[in-house]
Design a protein around this ligand. Structure first.
Ligand SMILES: [Zn+2]
Length: 312
């Protein structure tokens, strides 16, 4: 990432950071989070002792800032520092380690950890509406993500079976579009089929490999499987190159950046990689635009320490 990007005022000056976030979250002027009153009933409190960005609502007499009701609430971290972290996480294709954030902010590892996980949680797309559609192709495949084998307890391996100590992840990639990844149980047709049916528009062409778990997908979709075991990787438009490309980014990122991704938090790392891929350069979204999309998505996603913990 170019250093020049982070020299913009919103990354260093708290007032500029507030102005930046307000422009994104309040495109039509401030809205009172207490009563919903709009611009004409809201004034800015500008006394010397007033906090930056503080507004007063003349309808309900409440006060607020743009942080209220977003993931920025309940955090003592200055907004310009939040913006630095969000930019870094949105711009680095392979992810950012907790230690990098800790060094950058000179905060504790715990603070850095919760900060990055709040951002990851807020990056989730909510899986609203199916992927694909008429004339579109969706590729499905699964991979295994896990900590280092030698760090895993033997009994855990025995219980899990399958690929020792690793967690199965299913990714659905809309060709030239978005991706959705899920941490799943055992890779079986019974587990995968309801997910595919729920997440993929049935007018789509579904491309997979020839694995047994996809064998009956033709009952729900127009389905083409490429026979990897027979060295067939591409048959005209039928291939899984997009989802495999996504897996290579995911795996390099997870292995390179996150020393150990525990099973409980895997879904949030997946949300982070999905978010960047679904809003990638190739689709016309540059680093700054991607960070702005993330910030807009943070409205209405207030996450406390407890939500982060209990959703794990
Ligand atoms: Zn109000």
């Amino acid at each position: 990432m170019a250093k020049s990007v982070l020299s913009a005022p919103q990354f260093h000056n708290e007032e500029a950071a507030f102005a930046y976030v307000e422009a994104l979250l309040w495109p039509n002027g401030p809205t009172c989070p207490h009563c919903g009153a709009t611009e004409e009933q809201i004034g800015r409190l500008q006394g010397k002792s007033s906090r930056i960005g503080l507004r007063k609502c003349y309808a309900c007499r409440g006060t607020f800032t743009v942080r209220m009701g977003t993931i920025f609430e309940d955090s003592h971290l200055a907004l310009h520092l939040w913006l630095q972290v969000i930019h870094l996480m949105c711009a680095s294709k392979k992810g950012v380690s907790t230690r990098q954030i800790q060094r950058m902010l000179q905060c504790s590892m715990k603070t850095a950890w919760f900060l990055t996980h709040r951002i990851r949680e807020a990056m989730k797309d909510g899986m609203i509406g199916p992927l694909g559609g008429e004339g579109m192709t969706v590729e499905a495949d699964e991979t295994y993500i896990g900590g280092r084998e030698k760090n895993r307890h033997r009994s855990e391996r025995a219980v899990r079976g399958g690929v020792a100590g690793k967690e199965p992840v299913l990714s659905l990639v809309e060709r030239n579009g978005r991706v959705r990844s899920m941490h799943i149980g055992r890779v079986t047709a019974e587990n995968l089929r309801p997910i595919l049916v729920a997440q993929i528009d049935d007018a789509s062409l579904l491309c997979t490999d020839e694995a047994a778990q996809y064998r009956r997908m033709g009952e729900d979709f127009r389905h083409e499987a490429v026979n990897h075991s027979a060295d067939e990787y591409v048959r005209g438009p039928f291939h899984t190159n997009s989802v495999e490309g996504f897996f290579s980014i995911l795996k390099r990122g997870i292995v390179g950046c996150y020393f150990h991704v525990s099973e409980a938090h895997l879904h949030r790392y997946l949300a982070e990689f999905d978010f960047r891929y679904s809003n990638r350069e190739k689709l016309g979204i540059d680093d700054a635009a991607r960070a702005n999309l993330a910030i807009k998505g943070f409205a209405g996603k207030r996450l406390t320490y407890e939500t982060t913990r209990f959703q794990a």
